[in-house]
Design a protein around this ligand. Structure first.
Ligand code: GLV
Ligand code: MN
Ligand code: MN
Ligand code: MN
Length: 427
């Protein structure tokens, strides 16, 4: 492989798919559920084990390690100039009963890529950082991409102060063992914020989490855009009562209102008339949630996504109007809390061009595609040109224990990442 501006080819033959799979399988053992399922919520003992292991791999790759106040872990390969690092990374936290590849590939694969660049004698002009982001998944605190939001200034101390998990543990207490946990969230966020110009490009390697690459027999996906979620929590309350004694005309059933809201989400999303518009009511909790009691309370969490911000926001508006109408019709009280409403992203031409060139030089079949899942790249794109490289995963499955990517595809993905980083960092 001839790298632009280099006289000697870049030898990436030290990148071994099976060796990377072995590391992924070791990481998977840090799980609250038995493998192949992986459950690794942020700041739990298994997350701490994963962090320890990532540090071991970074040290072994000769990277210098730094942890920011939010616990985002950086492993740096020095550059001949010190400005505008090229950054790559992903997450190791996993939702309940997830698989071994989501996020982890972009952490372990990135470390393997840098180790191989070093072995090839590559000396970058710009420094290259690998990153393990804190808390990409929203499971524990109801908000995704907490680490990357903090890095780009898209998170307030007030938001963090209010975060509590289902056991009543605050974010502050839960995060006490990472970064400068225990300090004020103001101080933590100030120290986490990436200075202007410190990142010149960001690229994340990830499994596709969709079926297109596998279906079309392609090795790599170059991500052109990332859909973004709007998430909100809806509380509906009626008066409840005895399931036998309270007659139908006298009810204001919060459960039925919730059912109508869920259907309204589907209706509004379909009415957007775009394949990229998706809406999900993935969480419903009724109270008192017992057979012979008319539901008094209902709590829903709704996730609406699109790659077109205006269309996504119009869908959200429609749903909010429907909630008003349903609440009025069913005489229930309602409260809506917006958890986040993030802008979708068009990936940077600079990064997609570098990744496409890398794919070409590797002789890998590839196509441009959209990411329907969100990723830390969504936030990193607020401070730097950003993009993603996807590899196929079996049946497009993700967020389930049988999530799988082959050693061959992993190897090609890591090679493509290494070459992309080399191009972006220069030599
Ligand atoms: C993150 O995993 C998402 O929900 O896209
Ligand atoms: Mn995920
Ligand atoms: Mn992920
Ligand atoms: Mn994700």
């Amino acid at each position: 492989l001839m790298q632009a501006g280099r006289a000697t080819p870049l030898d990436l033959s030290s990148i071994s798919g099976p060796a990377i799979v072995k590391q992924l399988m070791h990481l998977a053992t840090f799980s609250d559920d038995p493998n192949p399922a992986v459950t690794r919520l942020i700041f739990t003992p298994n997350d701490m084990e994963a962090r320890r292991y990532v540090r071991v791999l970074m040290r072994d790759a000769g990277l210098s390690i730094r942890e920011d106040p939010m616990g985002n872990i950086y492993g740096r390969m020095a550059g001949s100039s010190s400005t505008g690092a090229v950054v790559t990374g992903s997450h190791t936290d996993a939702i309940p009963l997830a698989g071994a590849y989501d996020g982890t590939l972009g952490v372990i694969g990135a470390i393997a890529a840098l180790k191989a660049l070093r072995a090839a004698g590559f000396r970058p002009e710009r420094p290259i950082d690998t990153l393990m982001f804190t808390s990409e998944e929203p499971t524990r605190f109801g908000l995704g991409c907490i680490g990357s939001r903090g890095m780009v200034g898209a998170l307030s101390a007030k938001t963090l102060d209010a975060k509590v998990d289902i056991n009543g543990t605050t974010f502050k207490d839960a995060s006490a063992r990472v970064g400068s946990g225990g300090s004020s969230h103001e101080a933590i966020l100030a120290g986490t914020r990436v200075p202007d110009g410190a990142v010149s490009a960001f690229v994340e390697l990830h499994i596709e989490q969709g079926p297109l690459l596998e279906k079309e027999g392609l090795q790599l996906g170059i991500v052109s855009a990332i859909a973004a979620p709007a998430a909100f929590r809806v509380s509906l309350s009626g008066d409840g009562g005895h399931a036998g004694a309270l007659l139908m005309p006298d009810r204001n059933d919060a459960g039925l209102a919730a059912a109508e809201v869920a259907l309204a989400v589907e209706e509004a999303t379909l009415a957007a008339g775009a394949i990229d518009a998706v809406g999900t009511t993935g969480y419903v909790q009724l109270g008192p949630n017992t057979m012979n009691s008319v539901p008094r309370e209902a709590r829903l969490e709704i996730d609406i996504r699109d790659i077109d911000a205006a269309r996504r926001d119009a869908t959200v508006e429609k749903v909010l109007k429907s909630i008003e109408r349903i609440a009025e019709k069913r005489k229930v009280r309602h409260r809506v809390e917006v958890i986040n409403q993030d802008p979708p992203v068009t990936c940077s031409q600079k990064v997609t061009a570098a990744a496409t060139e890398a794919a070409e030089e590797l002789g890998a079949s590839h196509k441009s595609l959209v990411s329907r899942a969100y990723h830390d790249t969504l936030f990193m794109s607020q401070i730097a040109p950003a993009g993603m490289i996807f590899i196929p995963c079996r049946n497009g499955w993700s967020h389930r224990p049988d999530e799988f990517a082959s050693a061959e595809n992993i190897e090609m993905g890591v090679k493509a990442l290494a070459l992309t980083l080399a191009k972006l960092a220069g030599s």
